[in-house]
Design a protein around this ligand. Structure first.
Ligand code: SF4
Length: 98
């Protein structure tokens, strides 16, 4: 099997740069609604950047600085679980490979 000339997905993601908004997350989780809907495992599984994690206290952790702005979580999350917007102007992911 020949090696992919563009590298693995992980290698390609590593080439992205981020302008991180250190004052404001663009992703907010309604923890009560997430718990009620059992959304933790879904969010932890679907995000390609592993932004979401299930915490020991039952809450969903959000590492918003790693977000690729793909919108998958917003499409898949049960209603009322997420509040998501693009990062404030000029911040967020900066793609280097399309
Ligand atoms: S928009 Fe995409 S990368 Fe960002 S948190 Fe949602 S699923 Fe993860």
């Amino acid at each position: 099997m020949s090696k992919n000339p563009w590298g693995t997905v992980a290698e390609r993601l590593d080439r992205n740069r981020y302008e991180t908004d250190t004052e404001q997350s663009h992703i907010l989780v309604n923890q009560a609604e997430a718990e009620r809907a059992g959304a933790g495992p879904l969010l932890a599984r679907i995000c390609p950047a592993r932004v979401y994690s299930e915490q020991a206290n039952g809450e969903i952790g959000v590492l918003y600085a790693a977000c690729l702005e793909c919108g998958t979580c917003l499409a898949a999350a049960p209603p009322g679980v997420l509040s998501w917007s693009y990062p404030r102007g000029g911040m967020g992911v900066i793609y280097r490979e399309g």
